[in-house]
Design a protein around this ligand. Structure first.
Ligand SMILES: C[S@@+](CC[C@H](N)C(=O)[O-])C[C@H]1O[C@@H](n2cnc3c(N)ncnc32)[C@H](O)[C@@H]1O
Length: 307
């Protein structure tokens, strides 16, 4: 099966990473290897790339795509373990890090992965299919309170209460399209047309819960920043405001000398900036890219450089 995924903000990422021929790079979310392939093209023999992903399909696809390169190692693991794994391999720091958050096109498009709003498939949504928790479990076994919390927090869904009532009264819900229909039952007909795809936010919330996408993200970003060599750069692409807010705050704090509460007369925190922001505002896709790849419309890229 072909792994079709168009890397977003490709030129901007490559420019942002300011790749050194002999540098060591870390692609935390290698997917189909689109970004990594462009990084590897720019590396000399002394340069090296480590890639991580927790999806077997992505590991196989990137291995295949990048097979001609010997100066790379692709590891199946959560990128939250990347620093530990690299230290175990004797790596003491890297010159560039990319995190392209979110899901790949095959994860969304293949019905059997159970993420899709458009195709029928058993509710699943696991990026790493060796994990236990699936979307089926979340939808069918979570309490009312827990479902409400994830819909409000991860889906920012104003109609969460009504949707959860519908879910509870239709359980068990086996498939993606059954879930979509159930969610639509929580909206008056005329709003269904007005709001477009009303299930999107609930699907997003369940996916974030299944994959624990936001858990430990801030701590992991701090770890990764700490693992950059001087002048090394970190580039993060996020696809929704919850992720972007975390990236923005971690970058801002890492770029600030004193983080004492406002109006503290003398600094008591002793915090020192360890990065400078390369992008003050996030970079977004230009018109050309938007025309070619609709997925790029929600992408935001932030870049910082280690001092
Ligand atoms: C948007 S895609 C990356 C696409 C890639 N940049 C390319 O050019 O093909 C995101 C990838 O990140 C992976 N992923 C998401 N969260 C992860 C995590 N915590 N650890 C490892 N991989 C993760 C997904 O499985 C998916 O393959």
């Amino acid at each position: 099966m072909e792994f079709k995924h168009t890397p977003v903000l490709l030129n901007e990422v490559i420019e942002g990473l300011k790749i050194k021929k002999n540098g060591v790079y870390l692609d935390c979310t290698i997917g189909g290897g689109g970004h990594s392939s462009e990084i590897l093209k720019r590396l000399g023999k002394e340069g090296f790339l480590y890639g991580f992903d927790r999806d077997d399909m992505a590991i196989n696809a990137s291995e295949e795509r990048l097979k001609k390169y010997t100066n790379k190692k692709i590891i199946k693991d959560n990128y939250k373990n990347a620093v530990t794994r690299l230290k175990e391999l004797g790596v003491t720091g890297v010159d560039g890090i990319l995190i392209d958050l979110g899901v790949s096109s095959p994860q969304i498009d293949l019905p059997e992965r159970g993420f899709s709003i458009l195709h029928e498939g058993r509710l699943d949504m696991r990026m790493d299919t060796s994990e236990n928790l699936t979307a089926y479990d979340v939808v069918n076994s979570y309490s009312k309170e827990k479902l409400l919390k994830i819909l409000y927090e991860y889906g920012q869904e104003p109609n969460a209460k009504k949707i959860v009532e519908e879910i509870l009264s239709h359980r068990p819900i086996e498939t993606t399209l059954q879930l979509k229909e159930t969610i639509e039952g929580a909206f008056p007909k005329k709003l269904l047309y007005k709001r477009g795809n009303v299930s999107q936010q609930t699907f997003q919330a369940i996916r974030i819960e299944v994959n624990k996408e936001l858990d430990g993200l801030a701590a992991c970003l701090k770890d990764l920043i700490g693992f950059l060599n001087p002048k090394g750069r970190i580039a993060v692409i996020s696809f929704h405001s919850l992720e972007d807010k975390i990236v923005k705050e971690v970058f801002r704090e890492a770029a600030t000398d004193c983080i004492c509460p406002p109006r503290t007369p003398v600094c008591i925190c002793g915090h020192k900036a360890i990065v400078k922001l390369v992008t003050r505002k996030p970079i977004v896709a230009g018109e050309e890219e938007l025309k070619l790849n609709s997925r790029s419309s929600s992408a935001k890229l932030r870049v910082a450089e280690r001092i």
